[in-house]
Ligand binder design. Sequence first.
Ligand code: SF4
Length: 299
Amino acid sequence: MNELARVFEEMKRGKHAPLHKSGMQSTVKEFSSDCSRVQSPSSINTYFECPRKYFYKYIKELPSKPSIHLIRGKLVHSVLEDFFKLNPAKLSTVGFDVELKVILLEDFKRKWQESRDSILNLGLSKDERVAYFSDSKRMISNFVDHFSERLRLHLPKMQLHEAFRLLTPEREIFLESKTHKVRGYLDAVYRGEKVSIIDYKTSSTDTFREEYKRQLAIYSLMYLDNFGRLPDEVGVHFLLYGLKTLPVTDELVEEAKNACSYVHERAHSGKIADYPKGSQPLCKWGSGACDFLGFCGGK
Ligand code: SF4
């Protein structure tokens, strides 16, 4: 266990007091070395959200708290991964959509059950757990409907298993841009007549938030550096609502370059004072709070 993880563990056991606005002493030592790093779309987005949060997460490497959003996101992504590994030759041409739903929903229920202890430890009410479970099933069901609809369009021209393969994207592709010092994993890349990069989201709304746009813009930049061309479009598949895409323009790529250099220029110090609290920080909302509120004291 590294020093910071140990401090965090000790804090949870009450050996150290967290930092509060009232001026309690920080338990976290300051680094003096160069803390620049290869960034990722998520570290860059964290910096834009709140530089202080970036400091706790990426410089001090304090662990994030488990949340239903993280657990559920991982479960649903894993079900989609299983989906693309299915053998389509075993599906019936007529009722494939029903068969796919049954298989995926069973897969999801099993994974949810396996994560039962982690979910119970979150302290959600029974109603909340039921609501997240139902929403997740709806996401999977919607995904099958969306895929089946596209599959049907190809069936007059080819066999079911051929269409399934045609619509199966490359997944979890790791890309790195050495020029812009950024790397990350892409959920899905379709390379047919056009190249599309798609990210799956389990968000409760289908708002194309600025951070999603920035993430996709950075993926486009990484794609360009690795394959010598830009993708044609990027998109978010909101699993509760559907797919939304954006064309990849020079402007979008320029925004990605600017975002990378903005963070690289500012995030190399090991001193907390160099990471101001964000202008619109998400310290506390509804029943949730920033993972580092206890250290930081909020804004
Ligand atoms: S508590 Fe607020 S100000 Fe502090 S790190 Fe979190 S979001 Fe930033």
